[in-house]
Design a protein around this ligand. Structure first.
Ligand SMILES: [Zn+2]
Length: 252
């Protein structure tokens, strides 16, 4: 049986989809993926995300600045992306992905720079009252502390501790469960412990595929049965709640 779902985070503009982007999007729609949120990570992917959103009215763009590029990026380049966000704010449903990645970045100067840039991104989300999509790998606690007062925050592809997750939920933020939940024990316990009211689901395509090879938005359905089992609920309980949550989170 097919359900309606939303893939709350993907990168359909990435080169992995160059050969069959339209077919992939069509396939997702046929499988019941009614909306997809495509997140930029830098200047070019922000442009490409906006283009996709313009082409497909069920694809929505968020404008990002990935923490992974921050340690080596020039001031000039960062400024360029921040002003790109402000210029295009009306065409986007959110800001991000942005945040902290202390998994890849292990130097103190690099981490401080990520924090400083993230603060500027938060300010834009706050000033324009836009939903913020956080990439917070190994920096979830600090990312939460920095964004506590924002209205709408999504911790995308959450992989942090259950304790921090509880604080995120208490702050009224959303936690997005990736298709990793199909094979990762840690993500299974995240899904099990996360209140349904705070849950979004995502593929992070083309990454983290629950099947062989590339991930794609239609595979978000793979996670639905897994989460339903873990929470001892019906699959439609999961799809209905996550659709509602995503629409509320991004004001779709
Ligand atoms: Zn992503």
């Amino acid at each position: 049986m097919n359900y309606e779902v939303i893939d709350s985070h993907c990168h359909l503009d990435f080169p992995k989809f160059n050969k069959d982007r339209h077919e992939t999007i069509e396939r997702a729609r046929k499988c019941g993926v009614v909306q997809m949120i495509n997140s930029g990570i830098d200047y070019k992917t922000n442009v490409d995300s906006l283009e996709l959103a313009k082409k497909y009215d069920f694809v929505h763009a968020t404008l990002g600045l990935s923490p992974q590029m921050v340690p080596d990026a020039s001031e000039e380049k960062i400024k360029q992306i921040l002003s790109q966000m402000e210029r295009n704010i009306e065409k986007a449903v959110g800001i991000g992905e942005a945040g902290l990645d202390f998994y890849y970045c292990t130097t103190d100067t690099g981490r401080k720079k990520q924090e400083a840039v993230f603060r500027q991104v938060i300010e834009i989300a706050d000033n324009y009252n836009k939903t913020l999509v956080i990439h917070g790998r190994n920096g979830e606690d600090l990312a939460l502390e920095m964004t506590k007062d924002l209205n709408r925050v999504v911790f995308h592809c959450y992989g942090g501790s259950l304790e921090t997750m509880k604080n995120i939920v208490d702050a009224g933020h959303y936690v997005s469960v990736p298709t990793l939940v199909c094979f990762s024990e840690h993500h299974k316990s995240i899904a099990q412990n996360l209140p349904l009211e705070n849950m979004l689901i995502e593929t992070d395509s083309p990454y983290l595929s629950p099947r062989k090879g590339r991930n794609e938005p239609s595979f978000v359905l793979d996670s639905v049965s897994v989460i339903a089992n873990l929470k001892e609920l019906e699959e439609t309980d999961i799809t209905r709640a996550t659709i509602q949550n995503t629409r509320r989170a991004f004001e779709l």
